[in-house]
Design a binder for this molecule. Sequence first.
Ligand code: GRF
Length: 215
Amino acid sequence: MNDAARTTVLLSGRGSNLKALIQHQSGYKITHVVTDKPEAPGLQLAIEAGIPTSVVPRSEFPSLSAFKAAVLKTVAASGPDIVALAGFLVVLQPEFIDTFHGRLINIHPSLLPMFPGLHTHERALEAKVARHGCTVHFVDAGIDTGPLIAQAAVDIEPNDSPESLAARVLAKEHTLYPWIVRAIAQGDIRLQGRSLSYSERARTEAQRMGATIFS
Ligand code: GRF
């Protein structure tokens, strides 16, 4: 990919990962933001940052499949090199996943394969695991099941609440995600089939950041 890979971000909510991606833009450029939620604070962040946006509300479509087709059409029309999901609460259809194979990524607030789905921080505390964290992965047809790219972990403290744990994990998300988008943009991380390859530069950077990679 070229030096400033066109990156479309999909979100449904707060947008703190979008903010981090905007702040650390290097090697990639956020060229479009798509949301299904007109009221999403992340949409406002994008508008304030001068990024072109599209709103595709579920309520405007007669069926779920028509809505999902519109999401795909909107994202494809934005001409992305990379599609980054950042709290996008819509399960993508297989055609979407095929269209962007190898350049469609998601960030999830757990150390996958532990705790896929929602409420990960509560579940980690209930399970009394020693560590929790976040994962960036390529997206496949399952929920949070695609090939893992990298993880960043935090220790669980004795007095942690779901909120305190979420805050420490979120801080990790905000450094991990921009790095991964940049590394994919620069060809330092690639997906071949379901296997990943990492350049020497990506390995060094992962070590420097204390992130775990998967090869
Ligand atoms: C993050 O915790 C991310 O890992 C998950 O959804 C949340 C989005 O938060 N996929 P934000 O909208 O980026 O603040």
